[in-house]
Structure formats: structure tokens, C-alpha cells
Design a protein around this ligand. Structure first.
Ligand code: SGN
Ligand code: CA
Length: 530
């Protein structure tokens, strides 16, 4: 009798232990998901990535308590398409949102709709940059288009209103308000908390004006790139020296009107949104900089480095407010007993150039804009300090969230759940990723291109009004200065990379015909002909 009791006890214990270790997600344990996305936040500007540019203690907490992805990428380095990929788990040429111009079809499936159908309470707060009433969300309070740093216009469940204050704090307050007061606390929740910052025109919050002024920041080693062997990189409008606007981007809106620039009036409109107190703080900071600029008469390299410093200081200052918001949300989860069962993700809609190749902006498949920061924590399942080196893309968010929630992943989703590589359950993962960028002719003049990246190599094809292939050995040339496409020593690599690219285009259903249709649609929307 005693023996039978012992066996029963052991069996019960075994069943309990194996249920704890299994990855299945039952309804009672469905995790909450807080998906934080900022806009144009380069991984180089997150201290967890170790570049030393700035200090982001709250974003870093996510990696300390969870996982840091060292190879997070997008499929198309531009805002609205990136968000469409994130929502649908499908490449742009499949979900239809290939550029910032044509509309997004909200009627198609997205992972928020699936989670809603599975009993989740869902909300979307902040920037989404996809026109139309968001579908899949019980509550939405989104920015109108790009949004404004000061006194931004929001659309709450379809109704527009201007909210006074600074955009990043407002977005955080709205997120906290939904978490605390608006959601149904009986249900698991999905919160998309999406910041506009640090998007152009990098307007800092009053309290962070001048935060980086005590340090001289050196531009990256390839800041004075001459684009040898890379004609597509040579022809665009992303140069800090030539294209950044003194008034619009660098805030040199002098009261005398001496500094006349192409976008001065546009920046005046942004400045005019501030209250008189905000303007006073702003002027107290920028007026002496304007005087300094006028008195120095800088030229050439000196001017380029000066502009770089103005740009990077404002950019980093806007990130400090984003980091504060992350801290407030993490604290809320902790203080309300939600920490253990909540997945928190921090990412950006793509990366950004912080002076690499002499640029600001993104769009290219070169590393700094192709890559995006990605940090994920989920105390129940992810060990603190986990490093994930697999090639992950924004394509993988939708299936991963559904997987964590124990909801079926629709068969037509093209991404893959990263859940098992994060937990360490498997190392079996893809070895190549596909990229395509379409917005040309367009702002910043980055040519249409597509390509493939493996762990070590990258092959890209620029087309439309150019026919240029580029190949990089990322191990030997991490800053992509040396196009080795014509180097015979890499003939074998080139062949394998071409084959891999062809395979991926077939796998993801991309083709020249589909591209032509998208091109026609784009040119029509922009009233252009080839
Ligand atoms: C705006 C910016 C561009 C930026 C695009 C796309 N100009 O048009 O510099 O490349 O957005 O950015 S601005 O004068 O309006 O700031 S995206 O992240 O939204 O795709
Ligand atoms: Ca963006």
C-alpha cells in the first residue's frame, strides 16, 4: 500500500514537472504581450549593444532580464511597410504595403485579430503610419501620419484630437492609462506601444535639451566615405554634409532670417506648435548655437563634423525620453504583479544611419538600416542574459506572438516563431534572409534594390534606372566599403549567394512580374511614368 502511494506520488510529481517544462500554453497561462516599437531607433544608440554612444538603462533592462538579439533585421527598411510586415507576418509584396505611399489593406489578417479572436484584450497606442481605422484592436489611439513632436494630433478610436505636451510622454501616459484603467483585467492583453521618436526632425523634450553637449562625439570611421565601387550608394540625398537642412533638421531657425534653407518654413510650423514656455526653453538652448554657427563660418570637413554633432546630439536626446517611457511601463508591470507573465519586446521599425557612410536616414540594405534593435523578456521562459545570434526578421513577430499565446499560426504566414531558439530548445534555424526596398523615385533617392544576407555574406541588386550588383564579406568588411562582386576570388561565394537569392524569391513568392505590378501602382500613385 505504501509502495503504491509512493508510485502515485512520483507519477503526480512527474506530471507536474513535465507540464511546467512543456512549451504548450494553456488558456490560464496565456502571456500578456507589451510590444514596444520606436521609429528609426538605431541599435547603435542602445547601450545594451555596447557601442558607447549613450546610456539607455531601461531598454537595457529588457536584455538583462531576458534576451538580446544580435541579428535582428527588417525585410524593407522603411516605416509603414515594416509595420505591415510586423502585423501580418508576410513580406511586403504579399501584404501589399511595399512603400509609404500606397494604402494598407486593414481587411487582411493580422496577429492582433488572431489574438483578439483567442480572447485577448488588444490596444494600439502611438505611431502606426497606416491609414484607416486599425483592425484587430479593442482600443486604438494612434498618431495622425508621422505625428508631431509638440502638441501632436491623435486619433482615438477614429476621433481626432490634439493633445498638448511632448509626444513621447503623451504616448507613454496613454499606454499606462490603458493598462491601468481602460482594459478588461479579466483577459490577457496585447499592447502595441509605439513611439514616434527618434524619427526626424529629432526634436528633444525640454528637460533633455543639451544632454549630450559636454561630450564631443566622433563620427564613425567611414563618415567620409567616397563610395568607390558603389554607384547606388553615391547617388542619394541622405548626406549629413549636403542634404541635412540647417533649419529643419539642425534647428538653426534664426530670428533674423539670415539662414535661408529649403525646409525653413516647414520647421517654423513645427516650432510654432510649442507653448510660450516651451519656446522660451528651446530658444535659450538653440539661440547661442545659432550665434556660434554664424560666427564660425565653417567649411568642408569641419562643417560636416559640426553638423554631425548637432544631428547626433538631438537624435540621442529624443531617445532619452523613449527610454524613460520604457522604464515607466516596466515599473508598472512590476508594481502590479504582471511582470512574470508578460512578454516585453523592444524594437524599432528599422535601423538608422548615425553618420555611417556620411548619412542620416535608412532605406538601404547596408547593415545599419537593415538591422534593427531587438530585445525580449519573458521571465517565465527566457533566461536573463540570453544572447540570440540567429537571423531574425520583423517577419517573425506575428508567428512568435501567436506561438507564445498558444494560438494556431495561419499557414500563409511567412515568418517563423523564434520562441524555440530563444529558449534554447532548438538551434535549427534559417541561414539566409530576404530583403526588398521599393520607394524610388522618392524622398532621399535610394534606388530600388533587393538582396540576400547570410551569416557572413550579403548580395544586393540595385535596379530600375541602374543595374548594379554588390557583394560583401561581412566578416572581413563589416562596414561594407568594399564591393567584391567583381573579385574572382569570390566566384564560388557569388554563385552560392545567387542560388540562395533565387531560392528565397521562390520561397517567398517574389518575382519580376509582381515587382512590375508594384512599380506600376507606385508610379501611378505618384503621378510619374518611367
Ligand atoms: C519623412 C521624413 C524622411 C523619412 C521618411 C520616411 N521626412 O518623410 O526623412 O525618410 O519620413 O520615414 S520629414 O521631413 O517628414 O521628416 S519613415 O520612418 O516614416 O518611413
Ligand atoms: Ca521609421
Amino acid at each position: 500500500m505504501k509502495r503504491i502511494k509512493m508510485i502515485c506520488l512520483s507519477l503526480a510529481l512527474f506530471a507536474l514537472l513535465s507540464s511546467c517544462q512543456s512549451k504548450t500554453t494553456s488558456e490560464e497561462t496565456q502571456p500578456n504581450i507589451v510590444f514596444i516599437m520606436s521609429d528609426d531607433h538605431a541599435y547603435q544608440a542602445i547601450s545594451a549593444y555596447g557601442t558607447g554612444l549613450n546610456h539607455t538603462p531601461n531598454i537595457d533592462r529588457i536584455a538583462e532580464e531576458g534576451a538580446l538579439f544580435t541579428r535582428g533585421f527588417v525585410t524593407n527598411s522603411i516605416c509603414a511597410p515594416s509595420r505591415a510586415v510586423m502585423l501580418t507576418g508576410k513580406h511586403c509584396h504579399i501584404n501589399g504595403k511595399v512603400d509609404n505611399i500606397n494604402p494598407f489593406n486593414w481587411d487582411q489578417d493580422n496577429f492582433a485579430k488572431s489574438l483578439q479572436g483567442a480572447g485577448y484584450e488588444t490596444a494600439l497606442i502611438g505611431k502606426i503610419h497606416l491609414d484607416g481605422l486599425p483592425q484587430g484592436f479593442d482600443y486604438s489611439n494612434v498618431l495622425l501620419g508621422q505625428g508631431q513632436y509638440y502638441a501632436p494630433q491623435f486619433i482615438e478610436n477614429g476621433i481626432k484630437k490634439i493633445i498638448p505636451g511632448y509626444i513621447t510622454q503623451i504616448t507613454t501616459d496613454l499606454a499606462l492609462d490603458w493598462l491601468d484603467k481602460k482594459r478588461n483585467k479579466e483577459k490577457p492583453f496585447l499592447l502595441l506601444y509605439h513611439q514616434k521618436a527618434p524619427h526626424r526632425t529629432w526634436m528633444p523634450e525640454e528637460r533633455y535639451l543639451g544632454l549630450f553637449d559636454t561630450v564631443q562625439i566622433d563620427p564613425p570611421s567611414n563618415f567620409f566615405d567616397e563610395y568607390k565601387g558603389r554607384p547606388a550608394a553615391a547617388k542619394n540625398e541622405m548626406s549629413i554634409l549636403h542634404d541635412i537642412d540647417l533649419a529643419y533638421d539642425l534647428k538653426l531657425l534664426d530670428k533674423d532670417g539670415d539662414i535661408k534653407t529649403r525646409y525653413r518654413n516647414a520647421f517654423q510650423g513645427k516650432y510654432d506648435r510649442m507653448t510660450s514656455e516651451q519656446k522660451a526653453a528651446w530658444d535659450a538652448y538653440y539661440d547661442p548655437i545659432i550665434d556660434e554657427f554664424k560666427s564660425k563660418n565653417l567649411e568642408g570637413d569641419e562643417l560636416a563634423v559640426w553638423k554631425y554633432n548637432r544631428y547626433i546630439r538631438d537624435y540621442l536626446s529624443t531617445i532619452q525620453s523613449v527610454d524613460d517611457g520604457v522604464g515607466e511601463v516596466l515599473d508598472y508591470l512590476k508594481e502590479n504583479g504582471l511582470e512574470e507573465n508578460t512578454i516585453v519586446v523592444y524594437t524599432s521599425d528599422q535601423g538608422f544611419y548615425l553618420g555611417e557612410h556620411g548619412w542620416f536616414d535608412k532605406r538601404f540594405m547596408y547593415e545599419e538600416s537593415f538591422r534593427t534593435p531587438l530585445l525580449v523578456k519573458y521571465p517565465k521562459e527566457i533566461k536573463p542574459g540570453t544572447i540570440v545570434d540567429g537571423l531574425v526578421q520583423n517577419l517573425d513577430f506575428a508567428p512568435s506572438f501567436l506561438d507564445y499565446a498558444g494560438v494556431d499560426i495561419p499557414a500563409d504566414i511567412q515568418g517563423e516563431s523564434f520562441r524555440d531558439i530563444v529558449s534554447g530548445e532548438t538551434t535549427d534555424w534559417r541561414d539566409a534572409i530576404y530583403y526588398a526596398y521599393y520607394e524610388f523615385p522618392g524622398e532621399h533617392h535610394v534606388k530600388r534594390h533587393y538582396g540576400v544576407r547570410t551569416d557572413r555574406y550579403k548580395l544586393m541588386h540595385f535596379y530600375y534606372d541602374i543595374d548594379q550588383w554588390e557583394l560583401y564579406d561581412l566578416e572581413k568588411d563589416p562596414t561594407e566599403m568594399n564591393n567584391i562582386y567583381a573579385d574572382n576570388a569570390y566566384d564560388d561565394v557569388k554563385q552560392v549567394m545567387h542560388e540562395t537569392l533565387d531560392e528565397l524569391r521562390i520561397k517567398y513568392g517574389d518575382s519580376d512580374e509582381i515587382d512590375q505590378q508594384n512599380l506600376d501602382r507606385y508610379l501611378k500613385a505618384k503621378n510619374l511614368s518611367k
